[in-house]
Ligand binder design. Sequence first.
Ligand SMILES: *Cc1c(COP(=O)(O)O)cnc(C)c1O
Length: 422
Amino acid sequence: MSKPPGWYRAGLPHIWLPYTQMAAEPPPVAVAATDGTRIRLADGRELIDGIASWWTACHGYNHPHIVAAIREQAEKMPHVMFGGLVHEGAMRLAARLAALAPGDLGRVFFSDSGSTAVEVALKMALQYHVNRGEAGRERFVCFDGGYHGDTVAAMSVSDDAGFARAFRGLLPGQIRLPLPRGDEGRAAYARALDEHGKSIAGVIFEPSAQGAGGMIFHDDATLRAVVEEAQARGIPVIADEIFTGFHRTGPLFACTGAGVVPDILCLGKALTGGAVGMGATLARPHIFDAFSGNDLDAAFMHGPTFMANPIACAAANASLDLFETEPRARQVAAINDALTDGLAPAARIAGTADVRVKGAIGVVELQALSLERLYALRAAFIEAGLWVRPFGRIVYLTPAFTMSRADLDALSAGICRVLAEV
Ligand SMILES: *Cc1c(COP(=O)(O)O)cnc(C)c1O
């Protein structure tokens, strides 16, 4: 390995990395460039990317259509405030998202990340009740294994096993339940909703697949149970599809696949094809209408400075073009087959607890994973020319939908080999 570049050595004492024990973890890897499904390192090595930068780069990196749209927009208008002003990219994007989203999720509120899309959704649900004169609906029902972001309200509705542990004192108490699996689960969930009754502001969940909380999957019956039992009681349902949206689990949206329409929908991550940060929160008419009136108090008082950033809108519109013109659903089905075949041998490796695949998500869950072995695994994957980054007890793949079968096979085979050896 060659000496790291000057910028790396100059920045290393000053940079603070996410989710990282800075004193103990091996130093980060210097990246020079990305291209398609590859990450090129500063020392010249190339990695096959199994993660697509936290499943954002769904069309592969540097897609020429997205890059051209960003470049054109940057020259015309990189940003303009969204208070009282609108622009073509945002208007087109709002109309397109409303048309693609399940049912009548027709109003789009833009923000700058997934976590802010969730904050916006939670605030919408809370104020919806306030505006309707239903005081006291202030707690959210959420689920074990859920992950909704790192800002405070988003953390409060996430599983507190990992990310949120240090912040418990700050977090409002929510109602965390097991996912309603099977008939008994559904009945228990319905009882919990009745028990907490008029204290509930909304239900928030990740349909079909819980991502950062442990890559845990559930079936459509469970998804429908979450939505239907809540809606039957007039409780707004927030579907966080920041992980599952845009075909990650198969259908364009997991809720569409299960035939349900949540009251509020959160999008992010792959929304811009992974090029720029952006969040969107979509609401149905009855939610939006509760904010109408002559009184400014009833208006939704939220507005990120970089809301509907034109460059982000240009990237998102270009990404939607690609979903229209490229065979993404078919590619996801092919990835599903490739990962199912490729990861199957991992089930026979000692220490494997489970191997599972859904859409373009592949998971090998280990019985245990010490920090020491976690770091060793991460290093071994890089040595093998792969970008795979286990967390918790999970080794996972969320590749770009454009990845070739050969690269998918190399990733799966690499996981099986490294897990057997390290
Ligand atoms: C990543 C993620 C978030 C948070 O998005 P950020 O852009 O990191 O703030 C929220 N919900 C889900 C399901 C996610 O996967």
